[in-house]
Structures are given as structure tokens and as C-alpha cells.
Design a protein around this ligand. Structure first.
Ligand code: G1P
Length: 295
């Protein structure tokens, strides 16, 4: 395992088609769909920064160039806001910009699966522990979700996976971990002895699903290099992690918070409602509008 323990880099796989929220995602990257007034990615990058991430590796694909544009200066827009005196909006836009060199973009040239997407980032990540953040999952948490993993990693080292309970009927949609019966849970940190990708209902080893934040050791890349296709005919990150468990410690951390799956129609709707209600500037008006619609 890498001697360095600080998690500095995050890999964000953003090459997916967003099939569950078509037709909008035919022309707009799923990760750029607005939740209230900002793209999903904006929430994920803010969460990463709060956890101390210093470098972002986006694994992109065809039709995703707007993601690079979002994190770049928009000279005409900034000039227009400035000349109209819209300083607050201008500052908000500029605050989100990365420092020069803080973001890398690499293409996943074929949609071969999440494991393959993460493998595409290997040269940019190098020999150090790194985070993976699935950018369609917005996490509502008092303590930023990735920060919860980073804190646990400082105590346990090794590899960590954020998890959350899910109803039995939904386990088949996700990766699910198997808690190790021989080692006790310590608070939110759960030693695990296995994991499985999209288990059929009735066969899952627990109700704790993998909700999209990981801290992994660089040895995962060697395993991803020869990982064969698994569930759905795709190269699965879960399968490579299950192999890495033979030689390295793995823990699950139960999220103190709640995940909104924005890759799903209702999940995206819920994220919009939840984020609007939580906003000091919009919460009251959002509640009034929702009550009116329901009433
Ligand atoms: C991926 C992972 C799965 C995880 C899920 C969370 O699946 O493979 O383990 O539970 O993300 O959204 P996908 O949604 O890409 O099928």
C-alpha cells in the first residue's frame, strides 16, 4: 500500500449516457443537469473540496465537453455581469472555478463499465490513495459525505466504501457489502469480508448498499487492468475491490446523511425538492409552492 495517507485526488467518472433521465441527457450531460440552480457536479465538487481534495480527475466521454467549459472562465458572461453590477452572481460563478492545473480530463473511449472508467485515471492518480465519487449521487449530510470517509481513513488506512441502508427490494440495483461477522462494528465503521454487484433480491449479504464514495489504494489499478466483465457485461469496480480484499483491509462507513440518486427520475426530483427546502434563501418559498401543489 502507498506510504502516503493523505487523500489528495478524486476520480469522477462522468462518461455515462444518463439513460434513466433521457431524453434531456441526449444533449446535456447528466452531471450538468441543474438541481435548483446549479449542476449536480457543483454539489459534488463542493463536497470534495470540503474533504480536502486538491485535484479532480474527470473521466469523460463523447458529448461531455461542456463539463470542461463549466469549470472554466466564461469571459463574455463575466464581463456582462460586471457591467450590470451583478457582483454577487459574478463572485458566485468565480468562486467555483478551479485553481490553474487543479483539474484533469481523460477520455474513456469505450463504455466498458465503472471499473474501466476508474482504470482510465491510473496515470494521473499515480501511486497514492485516492477517492472515487460517483457524480450522480448528491449526499445531504451535515458533515460532508466524502469528509466522513476521509476521517475514517485517517484511523483505519486501507480501503473504504461509503454505504447506506436500502430497502430489500432495491438491492439488485446496487453494489452491496458483506459485514464481517467476526469483527465488531465501531460506530459508523464496519469491517467487511465481501461485496457483490447487483445481487438478485433475496441473495444480498446485507441491506447496506454502495452509494458512490470510495477511498482506494493504488493497487486497485493493477487488478482493474485484467478485470473481466461482470454484472451487466461491464468491467465492475466492485469485482476488482472484492479481489483486492484478499490482500488489503477494507471497511464500510455508514453515511450519516442521505443520498439522492440524481441518475433516476424520482431521485432527481427529490434532490431538487430537498436542496430547495434546505436553502436559507429559498426554503420558505419552496415549501409554499410544494404545499400549494399538494393541496
Ligand atoms: C454503480 C456501482 C454500484 C453502486 C452504484 C451507486 O452502479 O457499480 O456498486 O452501488 O453505482 O449508484 P451503476 O449505478 O453504475 O450501475
Amino acid at each position: 500500500m502507498a506510504a502516503q495517507t493523505k487523500v489528495r485526488k478524486a476520480v469522477l467518472p462522468v462518461a455515462g449516457f444518463g439513460t434513466r433521465v433521457l431524453p434531456g441527457t441526449k444533449v446535456v450531460a447528466k452531471e450538468l443537469l441543474n438541481v435548483v440552480d446549479r449542476p449536480i457536479l457543483s454539489y459534488i465538487v463542493a463536497e470534495a473540496r470540503a474533504a480536502g481534495i486538491e485535484h479532480f480527475v474527470f473521466v469523460t466521454g463523447r458529448g461531455k465537453a461542456a463539463i470542461e467549459d463549466y469549470f472554466d472562465h466564461h469571459v463574455e458572461l463575466e464581463a456582462a455581469l460586471e457591467s450590470k453590477g451583478k457582483t454577487a452572481l459574478l463572485n458566485e460563478i468565480r468562486t467555483e472555478l478551479p485553481r490553474p492545473g487543479e483539474m484533469s480530463f481523460v477520455r474513456q473511449m469505450q463504455p466498458l463499465g465503472l471499473g474501466h472508467a476508474v482504470w482510465c485515471a491510473r496515470d494521473i492518480v499515480g501511486d497514492e490513495p485516492f477517492a472515487v465519487m460517483l457524480p450522480d449521487m448528491i449526499m445531504a449530510a451535515a458533515r460532508p459525505a466524502l469528509g466522513q470517509l476521509v476521517d475514517a481513513h485517517a484511523r483505519t488506512g486501507g480501503n473504504l466504501i461509503l454505504v447506506e441502508p436500502v430497502p430489500e427490494a432495491e438491492v439488485h440495483k446496487y453494489g452491496v457489502v458483506a459485514p464481517d461477522p467476526t469483527r465488531p462494528r465501531q460506530g459508523a465503521v464496519i469491517p467487511i469480508s465481501g461485496m457483490v454487484e447487483k445481487p438478485p433480491v433475496g441473495t444480498a449479504p446485507s441491506n447496506l448498499y454502495v452509494n458512490g464514495r470510495y477511498i482506494l489504494q493504488p493497487e486497485i489499478f493493477g487488478l482493474l487492468a485484467d478485470q473481466t466483465a461482470g454484472a451487466g457485461g461491464e468491467i465492475q469496480l466492485t469485482d476488482a475491490m472484492a479481489r483486492l480484499m484478499a490482500s488489503q483491509p477494507f471497511h464500510a462507513v455508514e453515511l450519516d446523511g442521505h443520498t439522492h440518486d440524481c441518475g433516476d427520475k424520482i431521485g432527481l426530483l427529490r434532490a431538487n425538492v430537498a436542496m430547495a427546502l434546505a436553502r436559507p434563501d429559498l426554503g420558505a418559498a419552496a415549501r409554499e409552492a410544494i404545499e400549494e401543489l399538494l393541496g
